[in-house]
Design a protein around this ligand. Structure first.
Ligand code: 4AD
Ligand code: MG
Length: 431
């Protein structure tokens, strides 16, 4: 709207009379003087009303401005160190645009189910705003990183006929009499785009019917998946450590206030720079057994194992070359130990665990076909994918980074559901 100023820009208008609009965080009144703390989405500003200096309508408006009411305020900008945000408005006029009914979220402890039921309102709280702003910064950094390195963004389909990862966690829907799945990954499609553009990535929502209620599983989560032609598993890990370090650096550089509100001990992530330590799956199992774990060679690492493994590090750790049985069909056999595949999981420290799964892809037609059969996947659905091995097959690698898990680690939040605006969980489809 004309002549309206955003709170973050108030510093450029000291001494001027401006109009701002937003939502009421708090109000207090001392009879003749009243204060309203206003949030406009860009910052907070304290508005001061002196009864003698404002019209009766404006003074009354203050009385109607309940918590979270939408209001518009005109006043003179003054610098004031004590005010939240550093500036205050000496109000001349105030109108209530949308008075709020009694607001359900109060400055007290609420149960998490209550807060999730009110997620549409909970978004306005400072911790939630801060977490989501860091997420937005990380998402922008994802695009900047790949754009800067000459990757082409490929938008992959959400409705698909080919199972991307595992048959066990599929959401399916009727597609005009055929069965369609919600994409678990965009990987197979970025692989197809590699011969067109060499370095590509996709970034979008992915879906898994996870029946587990853990702090690190959502049924809808966002994943970024680069894919690079003529890159092997080693190249892949180098790209991952550069990428993750860049995301951390961007959050530290551009979201210091948010990280402070979130009470993140940033000294835990300031040194996140390449190279990251690497251990093999086989060594990881030996180490876990020495620490008392019951894990047997061949088992996938559970969240508990990942937490134990990362205890010894203050950087993310690569665990490479898992057993074939523990991983998806498309991973390339390790020529040095054919029980394993050329893959890596990147485990974040402080108990966060896997944030990336990556691998070199099987580029041999016959071996890939064999793996599809071993996994009892429907062969017809992969004829197009197998074509990539028929028409100019090439070594290639890629990975998927889960945005919510990565942002949970960067911000130090316990549960990843807070790092997506509207989480989808096994028992939650609303709001
Ligand atoms: O290890 P995943 O299953 O790998 C893939 O999907 C490959 N197709 C990626 C690729 O190579 N292009 O998943 C990758 C990442 C995990 O490391 C984790 O961060 C995240 O996706 N993730 C989840 N995040 C939240 N909730 C879930 N249910 C998740 N499942 C995976
Ligand atoms: Mg994985």
């Amino acid at each position: 709207m004309r002549d309206m100023v955003e709170i973050k820009d108030l510093g450029q208008h000291v001494g001027e009379t401006v109009t701002v609009a937003g939502w009421v965080e708090t109000t207090r009144s001392h009879g003749k003087v009243a204060f309203v703390v206003l949030r406009d989405g860009t910052g907070l500003a304290q508005c001061v009303l002196v009864k003698k200096q404002v019209s009766e309508a404006t003074w009354e408006a203050h009385g109607l401005a309940t918590q979270e009411s939408a209001v518009s305020v005109t006043g003179e900008v003054r610098a004031d160190d004590r005010a939240p945000g550093g500036y205050e408005l000496g109000v001349t006029e105030m109108t209530v645009t949308g008075q709020a009914a009694e607001y359900p979220i109060q400055p007290k402890e609420h149960g998490v189910d209550f807060l999730l039921d009110h997620r549409h309102l909970w978004l306005r709280s400072s911790m939630q705003r801060s977490g989501l702003r860091v997420r937005a910064e990380v998402e922008q950094a994802i695009h900047d990183f790949f754009y800067g390195r000459g990757f082409v963004r490929i938008d992959t389909p959400i409705l698909t006929g080919s199972i991307g990862e595992h048959a066990g966690t599929l959401f399916s829907t009727d597609y005009f009499g055929e069965k369609a799945y919600l994409a678990q990954t965009g990987q197979l499609y970025v692989e197809a785009a590699c011969p067109a553009f060499r370095k590509v990535y996709c970034f979008g929502p992915t879906f898994r019917a996870e029946k587990s209620k853990t702090r690190r599983h959502l049924t809808e989560f966002w994943m970024v998946e680069p894919e690079v032609a003529f890159a092997d598993s080693e190249d892949n890990m180098r790209l991952q450590e550069d990428f993750v370090s860049y995301l951390v650096e961007r959050a530290l550089e551009r979201c210091p206030e948010e990280l402070e509100i979130l009470e993140r001990d940033t000294s835990r992530i300031e040194h996140v720079k390449p190279p990251f330590p690497r251990i093999s799956y086989t060594d990881a199992v030996t180490r876990l057994q020495a620490k008392g774990s019951e894990i047997q060679w061949g088992d996938d690492l559970g969240a508990g194992d990942e937490a134990v493994l990362t205890e010894d590090y203050d950087l993310p750790v690569f665990v490479a070359n898992y057993p074939k049985e523990a991983k998806a069909f498309y991973m390339k056999e390790n020529p040095e130990d054919t029980r394993t595949v050329l893959c890596d999981d990147l485990l974040a420290p402080e108990g966060y665990g896997e944030i990336i799964g990556g691998s070199q892809r099987e580029d041999d037609l016959d071996r890939l076909l064999e793996r599809i059969r071993e996994e009892q996947l429907p062969e017809e659905a992969y004829s197009w994918y197998l074509d990539l091995r028929r028409y100019g097959t090439f070594p290639h690698s890629g990975f998927g980074l889960g945005v919510e898990r990565t942002v949970a680690w960067i911000t130090g939040r316990h549960h990843i559901r807070e790092l997506i605006p509207f989480p989808r969980l096994m028992n939650r489809l609303f709001p």
